[in-house]
Design a protein around this ligand. Structure first.
Ligand code: 0PR
Length: 376
């Protein structure tokens, strides 16, 4: 730290210069986050100094957090849900699996996740010393149930299914996984970090949420399609005993026990999530998701016109485009200012997320550049 103090103006000049180095959302096709809704920003600022880690000091935002949990539970078929607002998908996944491990009598167990699982599950294996077994995918890139059956054994403490895979936006057969989980009496966790704020607003007959008997916990992230501020994640349990299994005693705080992974934690993103959910309601979310799906179809049609096909027919606003040299194509697109992501081997493809910040105009410009790059 420097000795001499800088004036506010001097500090802000430095900050603005650094902020100017960040890229802008208008050319991001690679991210599952987006610009927060303006009401989320206002709510976030209003609750900036609140700490959900010591809830007795902040009963207002503590009540907001519980309301958010109930609203997300209602959305996912279980109004009596238990949980909390976490920092995001990684924390929610960690905590769900930790609860499953805590409840299970098995020591040194394993979990069975789809090959398509987010890398947070690799962190979990390392963190809580569980073997992470990866089940194969079928030709639609959904988890193959017979592969799951082959991997499950008496040491399995949890199964994981994904509702909205990171790379392809695919939905696993959660009802099939639930059957396996029920038969064996094991925890089924559904990672809907992305799909949680998409699937409830799409027409379709997926059976993936708490309406499926056997689903024990769900991850749903407001800081992705929930238009909230970062960091806002949701962790929901069907049963109180799962949440209780995460609690430690907190002798000197205003509440005797704490289930969250972090101690001190901001109430700002919980308030932001609450504000967006109240302000948009189901109608607003349905319109927003509908708009993202219109953008998705527009991109697909334009891609088809230049001879580019998706790996699978998109279920939600996540598109993987098959191109001949994805690595080089992506590099050239980056040079032209486009931020696209890539799926893993063996299905390397350009990956685009059609978030609300994407415009028809940016899709047109992107496709023009993609066409040029591919024709070189
Ligand atoms: N589960 C799923 C299905 C996810 O897609 C993600 C993140 C997570 C869990 C973990 O969530 P947190 O990152 O909130 O802990 N998926 C995106 C990804 O890894 C996250 C992301 C967001 C990446 C913005 C890049 C980016 O710019 O691709």
């Amino acid at each position: 730290m420097r000795d001499k103090a800088l004036s506010e103006d001097e500090v802000l000049a430095i900050l603005n210069e650094m902020r100017g180095r960040d890229y802008c959302y208008d050319r991001f096709f690679s991210t599952m986050c987006t610009q927060p809704h303006p009401i989320a920003v206002r709510a976030h600022n209003l609750f900036l100094e609140t700490n959900l880690g010591d809830p007795g000091l902040f009963p207002g935002v503590t009540e907001i957090e519980q309301r958010v949990v109930k609203m997300m539970g209602e959305l996912l078929g279980c109004p009596d849900v238990e949980g909390y607002v976490s920092t995001g998908g990684t924390e929610s996944n960690i905590q769900a699996i930790r609860a499953a491990r805590n409840i299970s009598p098995v020591k040194r167990g394993n979990i069975v996740v789809p090959e398509s699982a987010h890398f947070s599950f690799d962190k979990i294996g390392n963190l809580i010393c569980l073997e992470v077994r990866k089940a194969e995918l079928d030709s639609d890139l959904k988890v193959d149930l017979s592969s799951v059956e082959d991997l499950v054994d008496e040491r399995t403490v949890a199964l994981v299914g994904i509702a909205g895979t990171t790379e392809f936006g695919q939905v696993d057969p959660i009802d099939g996984l639930a059957e396996i989980a029920r038969e064996r009496g094991i925890h089924l966790h559904v990672d809907a970090a992305f799909g949680g704020f998409v699937l409830p607003f799409l027409e379709g007959d997926w059976k993936w949420d708490f309406q499926v008997q056997g689903v024990s916990s769900i991850t749903i992230d407001p800081h992705k399609m929930g238009l909230s501020t970062i960091p806002a994640g949701g962790l929901l349990f069907r049963s109180r005993k799962d949440l209780n299994s995460l609690e430690t005693e907190t002798h000197y705080l205003t509440k005797a026990r704490q289930a969250s992974l972090t101690g001190t934690r901001s109430g700002a993103a919980a308030a932001a999530t609450y504000a967006v959910m109240l302000h948009l309601g189901r109608k607003g979310f349905t319109e927003m998701v509908g708009h993202c799906m219109d953008l998705t179809r527009y991109l697909l049609e334009g891609a088809e016109d230049i001879g580019v096909e998706p790996v699978i027919d998109p279920v939600m606003n996540v598109v993987a485009l098959q191109v001949e040299s994805p690595v080089e194509t992506r590099e050239e697109l980056t040079r032209r200012g486009w931020h696209v992501s890539m799926t893993r081997e063996p299905r390397r493809a350009l990956r685009l997320i059609l978030m609300p910040h994407v415009t028809y105009e940016s899709i047109d410009l992107f496709l023009r550049d993609l066409d040029e790059v591919l024709s070189r």
